[in-house]
Design a protein around this ligand. Structure first.
Ligand code: ZN
Ligand code: ZN
Length: 85
């Protein structure tokens, strides 16, 4: 596990590969999950609350994650979902 690319693709909250990653204005990134509401979001890392409506999706990161998941989908299809069931 020394230089696995997935180290940069893991959500610090759920410790899985990002699912629909967003980057908050505090520059913390995580995947879009239930703490995101229509009117505000509190960063689960630094607890800063932002009154914003649109999640700033990190499409570049999302693409990286999707590419990674495609590469690894054959072997571990049960562990791909991040915060969803
Ligand atoms: Zn996550
Ligand atoms: Zn933050």
């Amino acid at each position: 596990m020394e230089s696995q690319p997935e180290a940069n693709l893991k959500c610090p909250i759920c410790l899985e590969i990002f699912q629909d990653p967003v980057i908050l204005w505090c520059s913390h990134g995580f995947c879009l999950q239930r703490w995101w509401t229509e009117t505000s979001v509190t960063c689960p890392i630094c607890r800063t609350t932002f009154l914003q409506g649109d999640p700033p999706q990190n499409l570049a990161l999302k693409n990286l994650c999707e590419a990674y998941l495609l590469q690894t989908a054959q072997g571990k299809s049960d562990t791909l979902l991040c915060g969803r069931s």
